[in-house]
Design a protein around this ligand. Structure first.
Ligand code: NAI
Length: 352
């Protein structure tokens, strides 16, 4: 059996940090497990021609959202032995799910593995924007002391309205972590929570349009699907409150690249933060690197060392079960038996 992993390069950090399981060098801890049982592991960071060559006779392919290998329907067609596509993390949009379903290839991800990691990052980025942290930090490093300029864009989060788009595992954890800040939480999801769940989280359900128009801060936590691709397009960004903030730790393509730049340049939005880009890795001249009033990071919120351990253990479990011919954890399945089975994706693919 041949397993191919495409992960981010570990470089010098991999030499000193064995816990960096999500990098090419440490390959999610799969090497000893596979090689001791006569299987083959190819671990690489190439997402182009070298990957094409390795996929031709691969049985299992593991990709990571942090350094995505986009497995298109053409690549699936050129890889006749592929039976399992695994995401080392959460969010399987780098796989063509419809093409995988048509070929009866199983797609799975490590559900829940990094949901706290992302929720914490999103709270941090909301605060970074609302409190005007990045320019304040930059001023300190540059030797300045101009408080008026900084304070003119600094607010309390208390009493603001925070809208959550996508109230799944991360959205709910984000809402729970906001509770002590005494904000009004609104949410939109195409699957409404129960009233008991809404009460526990203190979250009120609104239509997407009502949420867009009423929120001081919006945080996106929905998967990238045909239904969310550029959900925040020019028209939706224009409907957001003037001076509001947008945080996106879900997927870069949910927000229209140039419409966002224009909304920040005109001052309609007061700030944007997140860690997801399209494509990834983001080019050195990606317009989001230089747009005004942003607090972006590279895609790292879900790859803390704690998350990496959970992701590696989950991937090992899936590969072991696949080799043993036993079913993969039900919660992990995105595509199974020729259908999109994950409730978070099936709404958009219509095959749940
Ligand atoms: P989840 O599956 O638990 O929740 C997703 C929620 O989005 C579900 O409640 C679903 O009903 C909802 N949803 C689906 N389509 C929607 C639509 N059109 N409008 C509104 N809501 C919609 O997934 P989880 O664990 O909360 O992760 C969410 C996403 O966050 C992932 O799919 C992934 O893209 C992203 N993510 C990012 C990470 C990072 O490092 N930045 C790490 C982990 C996940």
């Amino acid at each position: 059996m041949k397993v191919v992993t495409v992960l981010y390069p570990g470089g010098e950090a991999a030499k000193t940090t064995p816990e960096l399981w999500n990098c090419t060098e440490h390959a999610l801890g799969l090497r000893p497990m596979l090689e001791s049982t006569g299987h083959t592991l190819v671990s690489m960071s190439d997402t182009g021609a070298a990957l094409d060559r390795e996929l031709v006779d691969a049985d299992v392919m593991v990709a990571t959202p942090f350094w995505p290998a986009y497995i298109t329907k053409e690549r699936i067609a050129q890889s006749p032995k592929l039976k399992l596509l695994l995401t080392a993390g959460v969010g399987s949009d780098h796989f063509d799910l419809a093409a995988a379903a048509a070929r009866k290839i199983t797609v799975a991800e490590i559900t829940g593995s990094n949901v706290v990691s992302v929720a914490e990052h999103a709270v941090m980025q909301v605060l970074a924007l609302v409190r005007n942290f990045i320019p304040s930090y930059q001023q300190v490093v540059a030797g300045g002391w101009d408080i008026a300029t900084l304070a003119a864009r600094s607010h309390d989060l208390e009493d603001k309205t925070v809208g959550i788009v996508g109230m799944g595992r991360i959205g709910q954890r984000f809402a729970a972590r906001l509770k002590p800040f005494d904000v009004q939480v609104h949410y939109y999801d195409n699957r409404r929570l129960t009233t008991a769940e809404e009460q526990v989280l203190g979250a009120r359900y609104l239509s997407l349009d009502a949420l867009t128009e009423s929120s001081d801060v919006i945080s996106i936590h929905a998967p990238l699907t045909p239904g969310t691709d550029r959900l925040f397009d020019r028209a939706r960004l224009a409907r957001m409150k003037r001076g509001s903030y947008l945080v996106n730790t879900a997927r870069g393509r949910i927000v229209d690249t140039m419409a966002l730049v224009d909304a920040l340049k005109s001052g309609h939005l007061a700030g944007y933060a997140g860690d997801v880009w399209y494509p990834q890795p983001a080019a050195a001249d990606h317009p989001w690197r230089t747009m005004p009033n942003h607090a972006m990071t590279p895609h790292l919120s879900g790859t803390t060392l704690e998350a990496q351990k959970r992701i590696a253990e989950g991937v090992q479990d899936c590969v072991q079960r696949f080799l043993a011919g036993t079913p993969i954890e039900r919660d992990y399945l995105i595509v199974d038996g020729g259908r999109v089975v994950s409730p978070s994706y099936s709404y958009a693919y219509g095959s749940g």
